[in-house]
Every structure is written in C-alpha cells, then in structure tokens.
Design a protein around this ligand. Structure first.
Ligand SMILES: NC(=O)c1ccc[n+]([C@@H]2O[C@H](COP(=O)([O-])OP(=O)(O)OC[C@H]3O[C@@H](n4cnc5c(N)ncnc54)[C@H](OP(=O)(O)O)[C@@H]3O)[C@@H](O)[C@H]2O)c1
Length: 260
C-alpha cells in the first residue's frame, strides 16, 4: 500500500497501549509495539515518505525527580516501556523518521482517565486517583496541532540537520493523577470528596508505572517556536469543547483502568 500511495508523511500511532495487558502478554506487546514498526520501516524503504512515530514517556523509569528531556537516557521498567523503546529503535532505523514522545493522553475518542473522572463525577461515584504518579497530561488535539506544525519544518532533507530525531511533545507542566482528577472535579463544580487518593501499589496492577515521567523539551521550541500550552489550559479547552462541563454522564467509563 505504501509503495502504491507514496505518501509524503506517515504518522504511526498504532500500538498496544494497554500497559497491564503488555505485562501479561509480552510476546503480543513486542509484536504490536516493535515488530510492527520494524515492518513499517522496511516497507518505507520503497518510498520517499517521512515517518512520524509516536512513543511514550514510559520509556523512562521515573526516578529522575524532575521532567525528562530528549537527552535523558531511557530505562523502561515495564514490558510496555521496553517494547516501545524497541519500537523507537526500529523507527529510527529508517533515515527519514522522527520519534515523538507525548505523556498521558486525554481527548475525544477512546476512553481515557479524564473521561473516566468526568463520568464518575456525573454519576455521583467515587474516583480513585494516584497520589504517587506524576506525568504531563497531553491533550490529543494539541499534540496533533504540534505534529502538524512540526511537519511544516520537517522534510526528508531537513531531518538530517535536526538537533535530535526524538522530540518530547506534551502539554507544559506536570501533575499527579490526584491533582489532575481534583482539577477536573473543581472545573465540574463537584465536591472534592469524590476523589479518593491512593497509592499505585494499592491497586495491585500487573505493570509498574514510572513514579514521575513528566516531560520537557530542549528542541520543540527551536523547531516550531513554542511549547504546547500548560496542561490546565488544555484540560479546560477539552472539557469546554466536549460540553462535559454541562452534559449528562458519558457512557463507557468501564473500570477506569484505561491503558496508561
Ligand atoms: N494513552 C496514553 O496515555 C499514551 C501516552 C503516551 C504515549 N502514547 C502512545 O500514543 C500512541 C497512541 O496511543 P493510544 O493510547 O491512543 O492507543 P489506542 O487508543 O489503543 O490506539 C491505538 C490504535 O492502534 C490501532 N491498532 C492497534 N493494533 C493494531 C493492529 N494490529 N493493526 C492496526 N491497527 C492497530 C488501534 O485500532 P483499533 O481502534 O481498531 O483498536 C487504535 O486505533 C501509541 O503509540 C502509544 O504508545 C499513549
């Protein structure tokens, strides 16, 4: 298909992003997060396309104590993180590729932690939120816009002059899951008591998560002249855009055990 279409750009966002499932099915994780990328890189050799490959903050162990930039050394602590790091290696084996690492995603489409909190709040149910996991929540619309702006400065020739082919693209700042949930509750005007602060270990999930995988960037402002806006502004924009501040409970909240 790639040979036939000869696309200018391929944005590769496919993955098995259910971190716990990856831990339980490492062969599947490797197939879906690394082998797929190896196959893609090979297929791209018959094209002149640029590859944008999506990776993750979970390639880091989360022990640095401050946000990770592109120069920090990955050290994944889960099957998911290791398979994604291998996927990065495969993507970078294709010369005209850029790896983009966002952090905890929220936005329209697939159920995410933000939607889960909104849904519980509207249904009057309690929500558990981790006090000991810090990330840089990233609005998918902002991520898409950032990628689109990057594509304005990326082409096959310019990639070779890039200071780094790995870029961190996340909304600015960081917070714990607890702070994130509390902010959603505040924006919805619901009682703070609905949020129950817990530690990651209390849920006994199969996969370990990095305690602090907040991201920052050395390179994105040099390329597109800006950082993505602060996560709080992005969260307000998302909640306003989807009418979650007013509408009825959204469906499909499940257990709240969203992939990341
Ligand atoms: N979620 C996060 O918080 C987060 C944080 C940082 C980075 N990331 C990265 O961001 C990217 C997107 O993650 P996401 O959470 O948005 O994942 P997602 O909701 O699970 O989306 C993954 C997409 O890949 C497709 N897919 C999976 N396996 C496929 C296969 N074998 N063939 C074709 N399509 C397949 C899925 O299709 P279906 O819809 O048909 O299932 C889905 O559209 C991934 O690279 C992930 O590692 C995610």
């Amino acid at each position: 298909m790639l040979r036939e279409l000869q696309p200018d750009v391929v944005i590769h966002a496919q993955a098995l992003s259910d971190v716990d499932r990856c831990e339980q099915e490492p062969a599947l994780a490797n197939a879906m997060n690394a082998e797929t990328v190896a196959n893609l890189a090979q297929a791209l050799d018959a094209t002149q396309s640029t590859l944008i490959h999506l990776s993750t903050d979970y390639v880091f162990d989360g022990t640095k104590g401050s946000p990770y930039d592109e120069l920090d050394r990955p050290n994944p602590i889960s099957v998911y993180g290791r398979s994604k790091l291998e996927g990065e290696r495969m993507a970078l084996s294709y010369a005209a590729s850029v790896v983009i690492r966002p952090s905890t995603l929220f936005g329209p489409g697939r159920m995410n932690f933000c939607d889960h909190v909104v849904s519980c709040v509207k249904a009057g149910q309690a929500v558990e939120a981790f006090i000991d996991q810090v990330t840089s929540p990233t609005y998918t619309e902002d991520l898409a816009e950032g990628i689109s702006e990057l594509l304005g400065v990326i082409d096959r020739a310019s990639i070779t002059t890039f200071p780094s082919r790995i870029l961190h693209l996340a909304n600015d700042g960081s917070c714990s899951r607890l702070e994130f949930a509390q902010r959603i509750v505040a924006l919805l005007g619901a009682p703070r008591a609905q949020i129950r602060a817990i530690r990651m270990a209390e849920q006994g999930r199969p996969a370990p998560r990095p305690p602090c995988s907040a991201l920052t960037t050395q390179y994105v402002p040099r390329l597109i002249g800006r950082r993505l806006r602060p996560w709080d502004e992005a969260l307000q924009a998302y909640l306003a855009s989807t009418d979650r501040l007013r509408g009825p409970a959204i469906t499909g909240a499940g257990s709240g055990r969203t992939g990341h």
